[in-house]
Ligand binder design. Structure first.
Ligand SMILES: Cc1cc2nc3c(=O)[nH]c(=O)nc-3n(C[C@H](O)[C@H](O)[C@H](O)COP(=O)(O)OP(=O)(O)OC[C@H]3O[C@@H](n4cnc5c(N)ncnc54)[C@H](O)[C@@H]3O)c2cc1C
Length: 403
């Protein structure tokens, strides 16, 4: 029988971050991950990437898990958003908030490898991968997990960090609010004729939203093309030449001719919001608790901060000699992170609807709105702070060093 304090199901970006963030709390953790990453660094950057903001970077650096492969990081210092067929455009930069950059585009698999290396070097984490639970139970006194290979593990808290289709959430059944975005996201790595100048760009075109995220190579971007599912299907099936043409034009030829470099993948998009983020002896973090539209590139940032907030809450309870599995103790985490997730979900919904309106004058009104916003330095500062992830109540591990 293996006994730890926290049993984490799911060793993705959020689950591993939670395990690492427990390092100074005196708590031990077991991480159960179903898949074994192959450790391979592909020549062409993988098409699953995340825009990691400053708050998340600070956290990952503190945990010793910021990816070492500096040559694969795509720093960006400017953001530009515009609407096709209108004169609306907003542009803001790191300079507006006296920072060298707004964030980095990081390949998810490289970040997971870096988290794993840090976890392997930590004395308080036991990794079980590849492994799956055949039984999970959260009782009054403790939690119990039986792995498929027969290994029994006991703990004081069970955490679901097992992604959007969380089996922990399914079993505990806290209730789920969900709706379809009527969008799928096509992701790919591309080459652009023009250099990206470390600028993240996004265009709204009717029902479609297309983002170009700058990679380390000045002529490579990762794209996220959110569009109705049937259009995503069509774009996935096109041959490379037809796709390159459609892509270059959909982006107003802003980056010149574009050329797809690797496989294309289409991911259905659905909003999810668990009615509870915790209960007696259990908690949910990351996509297991919420999934949001990728248009603001904030999903994993939200999850990483869940992990830091839960670790901080557990650390405080432990320091007071309390029981980390008690619902009363976990409620602080729930109030804190539910509010952040609900705000982001609402903002994404509002943006998607605003740009989806098809009335004849709508582009003009939106253009005016974006134009006015772009001329107000204070408002642009707020946008830049949101991009950095430094607004709102930050867990201690994500706060900048005080001089
Ligand atoms: C197209 C797209 C673009 C995005 N871009 C961005 C972006 O730019 N910035 C950003 O912040 N976010 C972005 N996101 C969101 C981000 O990818 C997710 O929020 C993030 O990956 C969630 O991390 P997670 O660890 O919670 O879940 P996951 O990444 O889903 O990890 C869950 C882990 O649990 C494991 N697992 C699942 N079930 C079990 C089980 N029963 N037993 C054991 N292990 C299990 C899985 O193998 C997996 O490793 C994007 C999302 C999409 C779809």
């Amino acid at each position: 029988m293996q006994a730890v304090d926290v049993i984490i199901i799911g060793g993705g970006l959020v689950g591993l971050t939670l395990a690492l963030a427990l390092k100074d709390t005196g708590l031990t953790a077991a991480v159960i991950e179903g898949q074994m990453p192959d450790g391979h660094v592909p020549e062409i950057p993988d098409n699953r990437v995340s825009a990691i903001n400053l708050a998340s970077q600070t956290l990952l650096e503190r945990l010793g898990a910021w990816p070492g492969q500096g040559e694969r990081l795509g720093p960006y210092s400017e953001m530009e958003v515009w609407e096709a067929d209108s004169f609306g455009r907003i542009h803001f930069s790191a300079q507006e908030v006296q920072q060298p950059r707004l964030g980095h585009i990081v390949e998810n698999n490289l970040l997971q490898q870096s988290l794993l290396a840090a976890a392997r070097a930590s004395g308080h984490i036991r990794l079980h991968m590849p492994a799956r639970a055949s039984k999970m139970a959260a009782g009054e006194q403790g939690v119990f997990v039986l792995l498929e290979d027969g290994t029994p593990i006991t703990g004081r808290l069970l955490v679901g960090a097992d992604g959007a289709r969380s089996s922990v959430r399914e079993q505990l059944n806290p209730g789920l609010v969900e709706w379809d975005y009527d969008h799928a996201a096509l992701v790919a790595t591309i080459n652009t004729a023009e250099p990206h100048d470390q600028t993240a760009r996004q265009i709204f075109r009717g029902q479609e939203i297309l983002a170009f995220l700058p990679l380390a190579d000045a002529h490579q971007c990762s794209i996220v093309w959110s569009c109705p599912p049937e259009r995503a299907e069509e774009l996935t099936r096109m041959d490379d030449a037809a796709f390159n043409k459609a892509l270059s034009h959909a982006f107003d030829l802003r980056m010149g001719l574009c050329r797809v470099l690797g496989p294309r993948q289409s991911i259905p998009l659905r909003a999810r919001y668990s009615k509870q983020f915790c209960g007696p002896r259990w908690a949910l973090v990351g996509d297991a608790a919420h999934t949001v539209h990728p248009l603001a590139g904030q999903g994993v940032n939200l999850g990483l901060l869940d992990a830091a907030a839960l670790a901080e809450t557990l650390g405080k309870t432990q320091a007071k000699g309390g029981d980390i599995g008690q619902y009363d103790q976990l409620k602080r985490f729930e109030r804190w992170r539910k509010a952040e997730a609900a705000t982001l979900l609402a903002a994404m919904e509002a943006l998607k609807r605003l740009f989806g309106v098809r009335l004849p004058l709508a582009p003009v009104i939106r253009g005016l709105g974006l134009g006015i916003t772009n001329s107000l330095p204070q408002v642009k500062r707020v946008f830049a702070e949101h991009a950095l992830g430094t607004s709102g109540q930050l867990p201690g591990l994500c706060q900048p060093e005080k001089n």
